[in-house]
Write a protein that binds this ligand. Sequence first.
Ligand code: A3P
Length: 337
Amino acid sequence: MSISTYLTTTLESKQDADYNKICEEHKHLIEAVPKGNGWSVQHLYNYNGFWLHPNSIKNNLLLHAYFKSQPTDIFLASFMKAGTTWLKALMFSTINRHRYSFSDHPLHHHGPHASFPYIDIETYPAISDFTHLPAPRMFATHYPRTLLPPCITSCKIVYVCRDPKDVLVSKWHFMSNHRSKDLPPLSLDEAFELFCQGISDYGPFWEHVLSYWRASLETPDKILFLKYEEMKKQPEVVLRKLAVFMGKPFTAEELEKSVVEKIVELCSFETLSNLEVNKKGVQKFGKFLEVENRHYFRKGEIGDWKNHLSEEMKQRIDGITNEKLKGSGLILGVNST
Ligand code: A3P
């Protein structure tokens, strides 16, 4: 055996041993932590204050063990259904605007989720591939800030949040489509109750949002805190802010040539949801998870909760939101913009 083969084999078996150790740790954790009813699977587990799918807990352990950030990395963080798909498209097309033409753009041919990796699922063994991504590398995550390894929290993070009532309704639709066939359907009433108790993937919603909001106040140069509703109302204004934050401000010439408007148009709900790839295509995450792109595009509106929640349900969620966000300076919901 050559020395290089020997070193590679030794390294690989050390990595395998580390990996197996993490799997063991994961098994013990799952047995020890509280569990609650899941939305797509039977149970979610409370890991350090947040309700996670068992695989997300394992991936979090792997992320802490293996992920190495680079100073130029940019992360997109969000609670599920707060606008991740839209932001992915906007960030990808803004960073790469000099590489691609608007008439034949990668977003015309692949779903927004193929633009950059989602580290909650794709950490191992894909982690070794991340070193080959061009700088600035971009990654997406749904983990709350408190569950991210310190090497990530020192990078730039774009966070997007949304009225929890719309998040709840959007998540209920999405999770119902992905709920295990072995389980009975989850009614909106049940989902509502669980959401209010904080039990949904990556929940409690409010603690998730606050984890990034507080950090954005402490280090505004590191966290750009966006609201879905503001993006809907003034997409060009938000996109310009996003470009500055990512270190790629639009030049006077680009503004003159309406590049901002072109990116907004390319990434709009109307454009993306009508593309063949987003009507028929499938997005693979890691080895096992596949999601049909069409499930990422439902209505794309502010206030669809009005078609699903009663006045009483609205009052209850707004009450929790006011209570949880009291004193934080953050306003979400009806008067958020
Ligand atoms: P609705 O279910 O309310 O329609 P995420 O991307 O975080 O999974 O969030 C999905 C939500 O964002 C869905 O909300 C989806 O329709 C909406 N969405 C997806 N792409 C969008 C876009 N380009 N512009 C606005 N909303 C978008």
